[in-house]
Design a protein around this ligand. Structure first.
Ligand SMILES: [Zn+2]
Length: 246
C-alpha cells in the first residue's frame, strides 16, 4: 500500500513525452498550472514504477503506449496531489481488439468468470488497439483506460465480495459524501434503465460497471452529464478535484 513519507525520485517526462501527451490526451491538453504539473509528475512515476507487458505484440512496448496507460490512470488521479497507483502491480497490454473488461473462463465448464481488471492480482488488462481508439475519440464516452482504472479505485474488489454485484463506490470517499454519491449513481441507473441517460448501458451490469462507465462519461461527455445528471456531475467534480486546482 502507500508508502507515506517515502519520496521516490523518478526521471521527469521529456519534452517528447509531453508533446506526445499533448497531442493524444485531450484532458492533458487543456490542463494548466499546478494540475498540469501534478499530472506530469504522476505520469512520470507511473511509467517508472509500474511493470507493463505486451501480450501478442510484435516487439517491445513503445514508450508511447506506456504513456497512454499512465495518462489513463493519472487523468483520474491528478486532482489528488501525490497520489500513487500502489494497488496496480502490472498492466498487460493485448494486441487483440476487445473493449472493456476482457474475460477469461466464462461459460466453459462453469469456471468462474474473471473480469479484466483482476484486482486479486493487482493486474490490469487492456487491449492496446482499444486504448488507442479511446484516446483518438475523446468525446464519445468510451475509454477503456478510464474504465479499468476506475475499477481499481473501486473500494470492493470481486475477491472481497464473491464476484457478483460488487463495488460501485471509490475507496477514497466515505460518510455523507459516499451516501450522496450512492444516491446520485442510483438515480443515474434508474434513468439509464429508462433510456434517459448518456451513460453506456454496460453500466447496468452491476454497481461496479455503473461506476466505471460514469467515470468514462464524466471525462468524455461533461456537457451531456451536466444536462442529464447534474447532481452526479457536481459530486464527481468534488471527488476528482480538478477544477479548483486549475
Ligand atoms: Zn468494467
Amino acid at each position: 500500500m502507500a508508502l507515506f513519507g517515502r519520496k521516490v525520485e523518478v526521471a521527469p517526462l521529456t519534452e517528447t513525452d509531453t508533446a506526445f501527451l499533448g497531442e493524444w490526451s485531450q484532458p492533458y491538453a487543456t490542463m494548466v498550472g499546478a494540475l498540469k504539473a501534478e499530472f506530469e509528475d504522476q505520469v512520470a512515476h507511473f511509467v517508472a514504477q509500474h511493470r507493463m507487458t505486451g501480450i501478442g505484440l510484435e516487439g517491445p512496448l513503445d514508450r508511447e503506449d506506456r504513456l497512454l496507460v499512465a495518462a489513463s490512470a493519472c487523468t483520474l488521479s491528478c486532482g489528488w496531489p501525490g497520489f500513487r497507483w500502489t494497488d496496480v502491480s502490472e498492466v498487460l497490454l493485448y494486441a487483440d481488439d476487445f473493449d472493456r473488461d476482457y474475460r477469461v473462463g466464462g461459460d466453459d465448464g462453469g469456471a468462474p468468470e474473471l473480469s479484466g481488471q483482476a484486482h486479486p492480482w493487482g493486474t490490469v488488462l487492456i487491449s492496446l488497439p482499444s486504448l488507442e481508439d479511446s484516446f483518438e475519440d475523446p468525446h464519445d464516452g468510451f475509454h477503456v483506460g478510464y474504465h479499468e482504472f476506475a475499477h481499481v479505485l473501486d473500494k470492493d474488489s470481486p475477491a472481497a465480495s464473491g464476484g457478483a454485484g460488487y463495488g460501485g463506490l471509490p475507496f477514497n470517499i466515505d460518510g455523507p459524501f459516499a451516501t450522496e454519491m450512492s444516491k446520485a449513481l442510483d438515480a443515474a441507473r434508474v434513468a439509464l434503465e429508462l433510456g434517459d441517460s448518456p451513460l453506456d448501458e454496460y453500466g447496468l451490469q452491476s454497481p461496479a460497471e455503473l461506476w466505471a462507465v460514469t467515470v468514462e462519461a464524466f471525462f468524455e461527455m461533461p456537457g451531456a452529464m451536466e444536462t442529464a445528471h447534474p447532481r452526479l456531475r457536481q459530486l464527481l467534480d468534488l471527488y476528482f478535484n480538478q477544477r479548483s486546482a486549475n
